[in-house]
Design a protein around this ligand. Structure first.
Ligand SMILES: [Zn+2]
Length: 218
C-alpha cells in the first residue's frame, strides 16, 4: 500500500468508519488522498425525530468522525434509504458518481460487498460497479466486510487483503464515538467491529486488522 487516491463509496453516514475507518486513517498517514462518497443521508435511523433534523445530525456526526481520521473530502448523494436502485436511475446518481470517479481518478475504490446482509449495501455495490464502468477509469476495486453480519460463503472463497491497523484502530474507535445519535446501533455494531478487528488481527499475528476482498472487473 503506497500513496493512493482512495475513494470509499458507502450507503450510510458511518459505513466508511465501520467498514474501513482504520485503513483510511492509515492510508492518510502514508500520504494518500482519501475521498468518501455516501449515497444516502441515513434519514431512517431517527424514528421519532424530524427528517431534516436527523439528516443534519447524521451528516454532522459523520463529518466529525471523518475529521478524526483525516478524510480529505466527502460527498452525500441523498438517495432515499430502501429505494437506492430505482432512485439512482431517476436522479442520475450513476452519472454523478461516474463524474466524481473521473475527477479524482482513484487508484483504489472500496465499497460494500455484493452479498452484504443490508439491501442498501448490496445496491451500493451495484451502483459503484455501474458508475465505475461508466467512468471508464481503471482502478482496483475492493469490498469491505459485511458490517451487519458474518462473512458470506462466497466471500470466504475470495482473495483477502488483511490490513494491519494495530496503530490506527484507536482512532477508529474514537471516531465511532462521534455517532451519539446512534445509541443502540452504535453499541452493538461497535463491539462487533472491535471483536472482528481483534479476530482479523489474530489471523495475521497483529493486534488489530481490517479485511478487504479484491473484486475483478470483467
Ligand atoms: Zn450502512
Amino acid at each position: 500500500m503506497g500513496k493512493e487516491t482512495v475513494m470509499f463509496i458507502g450507503a450510510h453516514p458511518d459505513d466508511e468508519i465501520f467498514g474501513a475507518g482504520a485503513t483510511l486513517a492509515k492510508l492518510k498517514e502514508k500520504g494518500s488522498k482519501v475521498i468518501v462518497v455516501i449515497l444516502s443521508y441515513g434519514e431512517l435511523s431517527g424514528i421519532l425525530a424530524k427528517k431534516d433534523y436527523v439528516i443534519k445530525t447524521r451528516v454532522r456526526e459523520d463529518k466529525k468522525a471523518q475529521e478524526m481520521l483525516g478524510i480529505d473530502k466527502s460527498y452525500y448523494l441523498g438517495l432515499r434509504e430502501g429505494h437506492f436502485l430505482e432512485e439512482a436511475e431517476m436522479r442520475d446518481v450513476c452519472e454523478r458518481l461516474a463524474s466524481l470517479i473521473k475527477d479524482y481518478k482513484p487508484t483504489m475504490i472500496i465499497t460494500h460487498g455484493s452479498r452484504d446482509i443490508h439491501p442498501d449495501h448490496r445496491a451500493t455495490f451495484k451502483i459503484t460497479v455501474e458508475s465505475l464502468k461508466k467512468s471508464g477509469v481503471k482502478t482496483k476495486l475492493f469490498t469491505c466486510q459485511n458490517i451487519w453480519g458474518p462473512e458470506s460463503s462466497k466471500e470466504k472463497k475470495l482473495g483477502k487483503m488483511f490490513v494491519d491497523v494495530s496503530k490506527e484502530f484507536q482512532k477508529k474507535w474514537q471516531a465511532l464515538k462521534e455517532f451519539k445519535s446512534q445509541k443502540i446501533a452504535w453499541f452493538f455494531l461497535s463491539w462487533a467491529t472491535y471483536i472482528r478487528a481483534r479476530v482479523n488481527g489474530w489471523r495475521i499475528r497483529k493486534k488489530y486488522a481490517e479485511v478487504f476482498y479484491r473484486m475483478k472487473m470483467e
